[in-house]
Ligand binder design. Sequence first.
Ligand code: GCO
Length: 407
Amino acid sequence: MRTFPDSFLWGASTAAHQVEGGNVNSDMWRSEWAENSRFAEPSGDACDHYHRYPEDIATLAGLGLNAYRFGVEWARIEPEEGCFSRAALDHYRRMVGTCLEHGITPVVTYSHFSTPRWFADAGGWSNPAAADLFARYAGRVTEHIGDLVPWVCTFNEPNVISLMMHLGVIPAASRDETLGLSTSSEGQDPGGTRSGAAWAAPAVEVMAKAHRKAVDAIKSGPGNPAVGWTLALIDLQPADGGEQRCQAVRQAALLDWLDVSRDDDFVGVQTYTRERIGPDGVLPVPPEAPTTQTGWEVYPQALGHTVRLAAEHAGVPVLVTENGMATDDDDARIAYTTAALEGLAGALADGVDIRGYLHWSLLDNFEWTSGYQMTFGLIAVDRTTFTRTVKPSAHWLGKVARAGGLT
Ligand code: GCO
């Protein structure tokens, strides 16, 4: 039975820094190589996706999927302030073209955590000029590829640091380490807790301003892409008298950010798990609960809950831009994704406007400070030869896509 709309986007996601390799001009690369770096290992060649994208996109298409979300890398496109690389822009235009040749809808993220070193050095998002700098970059990218791209995400998870701070898990928990927050770009700790000066706890006002300016720049360029941003939406659940605290966290870390999406064409929802909140903060995952390689509770029902929250609160169409689990048990990945899609089917049946499901991730890749040990991919990548091995979950998701729903 086709439970999902015929126009539904079925695909997978990646982020430039996590798959491309050789992103030497980024703040992340510098953090990875800093003395006392918290990164388990440097990103190095990553998946060499910068060169192997034709093979990867062909594989995605061959599976029966019809959409691919990937990032363009600011540090490559604008290696020095105001100096734009025609070669890098051409590269991404070829990537978009490869998608279209294969009948794949490209969903392009303009900023996914990594920024150019010069931007980080100038204060990152706390620089008063940040919004204009980002908008200028967004305008240049759009001039080059906007005519071919139907979906643009300005920022990936601008709320993630705010979320982790409100959950009280910065600086100690794994998620902030995932983003390298505990290591400054030079291996010291000037601003308190975070690295990549660029990610110094950007507030909603700062990021909303950068987003709006970028949206304007994109809208005044060629093409007519739908534009939005993607948010980290953990399913926050009150437990044991934590109602008030949960509501406060939800407001500051999710709803204030979803408010910004009200003026957008869509909101990107990224959900992996839930957190239960008691009166004193986040409760530990109960020892009997199954967890993923990242230590997150296996809780696929979260997605159905968060798409409803996003649609209700932002009032715009929802695109699931990330959902998945880090596991070496591919059957568990299929079971998780099945349950997540059941949640989406339920929301669709209730009239929630969901435009697509993009699994995280297409490839096993560089999971920030955790390095290459966390395997989120539908496709495995040999760390020495870069040989790709398509996992059963990839074939399974392609089959679901072709059938237009779970059969
Ligand atoms: C994020 C990012 C991805 C991660 C993924 C798994 O949510 O942090 O968008 O870069 O790799 O979420 O942690």
